[in-house]
Design a protein around this ligand. Structure first.
Ligand code: ADP
Ligand code: MG
Length: 726
């Protein structure tokens, strides 16, 4: 790669203007869900009986018979063909991250020299993708070589381009989950069961509790021509080198600023595509860092919301390419400016329409709210290390604790009002003194004329990884590229377990003759006191908090491979076993995959870094050095000229280059040593402790060179080009 190429690409980036987008016909309400086999489509394309059986399955999980599956497949095929589909695929979420699909044509030889469009119930319900190359953490070797994908009727089929996509789970023949959807569904039903029981203390009519998820997706856009000449961005998703731009986000002029025209064209097309797929996109804005943006939909039932997020990430990538952008979902693509997260807004709601994480209007509703709130924070306290493991990855590790994102310590922020209520409850000696009327719970002196909700929203702490935001919890530590399921599975499961134990203790008290309300109060009081250490309303970025958190006994581990150990703690194994979300075998397998993925990511970064330094940076620096040497040599022939500053420059280049070469060689050696380790956990630890430690050091010298080497020679697009051309 040469600097000529860089300039050509900068030129191309400057010349990229907004791509013309054909405006959608009609209003969003006309095309929303047009590419989804929705309830409306089902009613139209299925006979009444089939529709009813399927509805029952979607609501209550009753198994489908072969005949019904055939009828559904026939209707679905009809709908898909009428909507331009010619292929179908099972669409699943393997542990690689992202989604997997294998397209088959509907067209099938009819035996008379022609073709006929075919799609049977068998093809709809179950397939056997050749899945041996998906990560499985050893499950498929130890148990059974085959895996299969099976339709999840709770999330509707949809069409992308001309392919009918059928959301499926992906499991081993022996039943172990090989994906994110299976455990997510299990966790949703675990929390439904446990929460419904507790709700019935307050309202006998509750028969189901839903999990809701509203994600906020942050991302960067980079011009595709520049991206193409940054091997690090292309292969690792982040810049492994690059001196900070003189201007980056310090003026805070990007956040909520006017959206650039080219980006707007991209967003409009993206939103149109999303709406057609039934993704209820709502919010778009510039984020804090230059070229960083956010998209958020209206929250939905968690399984569907998660499918939609997975789908969004794919659609984003495709759409960005049409606009000559590349979308970066890496958690930390650029040094020195904010990285990207994916806030997971999480709540539970009953089938009677009550949000269990929102203060209610009556005393009983508020006691129910406090009950759920306390159970949430108590479960987060008990499993804070595990929750961190759920959102930790080689990529997210760069963002957490980087003074812009939550620290690598999980704590909860409740806001002053809710905190005060809990403290009052814990301290109360006379039960009658506590009355949870809405105005008691959210009384704020002086500004009573401001509606309650507005006040909740202003009471915020951006540094908290897990914040209560008025009617939901916001898990902010999740990374931009994560599958949200990981976080939601852990939250749901921990809460389900907590609620079950809570219910048992309250029931025991009631059996011993205590009144229900009093039993609940007593339990909550004890729990509030016990989980005090997880509550933290201060500045999560501060050094003092790290010290304080350690004193409080919260999980402060920062090494990614060691954080994964939390998945195999006895406590974790017990938790997932009791709730039926993961078996021990599944936990072991998934942790193995996590270590393996970590190793691969760092391995790739190490290789790319080595390639860039030795094949791009060092030769460039040497060229410049040769030019200077030539100059100094010539100068020495002319009396009276002083070459001191040139010589000093040459020496600096020499020093940095020598360090880069030495460190790169050492890193390569360390990598070779790590590669010889068999056990995946130990290998991951070796990569973390002995390989990754070179990255920043090497980068430091490269970035120094970038500062002094002639800009005309520098081969890699610089930060100012990557971040400000759009
Ligand atoms: P902010 O950036 O201020 O945190 P946004 O409006 O960008 O807020 O995103 C908030 C997200 O939270 C949206 O996806 C929204 O639908 C979701 N949300 C709102 N209420 C709930 C709730 N009760 N449960 C789950 N998600 C919710
Ligand atoms: Mg948010």
């Amino acid at each position: 790669m040469s600097s000529l190429l860089r300039f050509k690409m900068v030129d191309a980036a400057i010349n990229h203007t907004a791509v013309e987008v054909t405006p959608p016909k009609g209003r969003p309400s006309d095309y929303f869900g047009a590419k989804v086999f929705s309830q409306a489509a089902m009613r139209k394309y299925l006979d009444k009986q089939t529709y009813e059986v399927l509805s029952n399955t979607m609501e209550n999980g009753t198994p489908l018979t072969r005949e019904v599956a055939d009828s559904i497949a026939a209707g679905m095929r009809q709908w898909a063909l009428e909507n331009g589909a010619d292929h179908y695929t099972h669409w699943f979420q393997p542990l690689t991250g992202g989604t997997a699909e294998k397209h088959d044509a509907f067209a099938q030889p009819d035996g008379f020299g022609g073709v006929i469009e075919e799609f049977s119930g068998k093809l709809l319900v179950q397939q056997e993708p050749d899945a041996s190359s998906f990560p499985n953490g050893g499950i498929r070797n130890t148990f059974e070589a085959r895996g299969y994908s099976a339709w999840d009727p709770t999330s509707p089929a949809f069409i992308v381009d001309s392919t009918l996509c059928i959301p499926t789970v992906f499991i081993a023949y022996t039943g172990e989950a090989l994906d994110y959807k299976v455990p997510l569904l299990r966790s949703i039903s675990a929390v439904d069961k446990a929460a419904t029981e507790v709700c019935r203390y307050f309202d006998r009519n509750v028969s189901k509790v839903h999990t809701y998820l509203g994600w906020e997706q942050e991302y960067f856009l980079v011009d595709e021509s520049l991206w193409a000449v940054r091997p690090d961005l292309m292969l690792t998703g982040r810049t492994l080198m690059g001196h900070e731009s003189a201007k980056n986000q310090q003026l805070e002029d990007h956040y909520f600023g006017a959206i650039p025209t080219r980006v707007m064209a991209f967003m409009k097309e993206l939103e149109y595509e999303c709406l057609k797929l039934g993704i209820p996109v709502k919010t778009r804005h510039n984020e804090v860092a230059p070229n960083q943006f956010e998209l958020a939909p209206v929250y939905e039932e968690a399984n569907l919301a998660n499918d939609h997020n997975q789908l969004l990430m794919t659609i984003m990538d495709k759409t960005a390419r049409r606009h000559h952008f590349r979308v970066l979902l890496h958690e930390k693509p650029f040094k020195g400016i904010n990285g990207s997260g994916k806030h997971n807004n999480w709540s539970l709601g009953t089938d009677t329409g009550v949000n269990l994480m929102s203060p209610g209007k009556t005393a009983s509703e508020n006691l129910q709210f406090i009950t759920f709130l306390v159970n949430v924070i108590s479960s987060v306290y008990k499993h804070n290390g595990l929750l961190k493991a759920a959102i930790m990855s080689a990529t997210n590790a760069h963002r957490l604790g980087a003074n812009e994102a939550p620290p690598a310590i999980i704590s909860t922020f409740l806001g002053t009002q809710v905190s005060a209520v809990l403290d009052k409850l814990a301290a109360a000696t006379d039960d009658k003194a506590i009355r949870f009327d809405a105005k008691d719970v959210f009384k704020m002196s002086g500004i009573a004329h401001i509606p309650t909700l507005l006040r909740d929203n202003t009471d915020r702490n951006r540094t908290s990884p897990f914040a209560f935001t008025g009617n939901r919890f916001e898990f902010r530590a999740a990374g931009a590229s994560d599958n949200c399921a990981e976080a939601i599975i852990t939250l749901n499961t921990a809460l389900a377990d907590e609620l079950t134990a809570f219910k048992q203790r309250v029931d025991e008290k009631i059996e011993r003759g205590m009144k229900k309300e009093k039993a609940i109060y007593e339990e909550l009081k004890a729990m509030i006191k016990a989980c005090q250490p997880i509550r933290f309303d201060g500045n999560g970025y501060s050094e003092e908090w790290r010290e304080e958190a350690k004193r409080r006994g919260l999980d402060c581990e920062t090494s990614t491979p060691l954080i994964f150990d939390r998945y195999l703690d006895e406590r974790t194994i017990g938790l997932f076993d009791r709730t039926g979300v993961y078996s021990k075998v599944e936990l072991e397998a998934r942790t193995e995959v996590k270590w393996e993925t970590y190793v691969k990511k760092i391995q790739i970064e190490g290789r790319v870094l080595g390639d860039l330094t030795m094949n791009h940076i060092v030769p460039t620096a040497s060229n410049y050095e040769a030019m200077l040497l030539d100059k100094v040599y010539k100068m020495s022939h002319i009396p009276g000229l002083n070459a001191t500053s040139d010589i000093a420059l040459i020496k600096r280049i020499q020093d940095h280059t020598a360090e880069i070469v030495r460190l790169t060689e050492e890193m390569t050696e360390a990598r070779k040593r790590a590669n010889r380790i068999e056990a995946m956990r130990e290998k991951a630890i070796a990569y973390h402790d002995t390989v990754e430690i070179f990255f920043d050091e090497i980068r430091h010298h490269v970035d120094k060179l970038e500062e002094i080497v002639d800009d005309r020679l520098w081969p890699l697009p610089k930060y100012r080009e990557l971040l400000f051309l759009r």
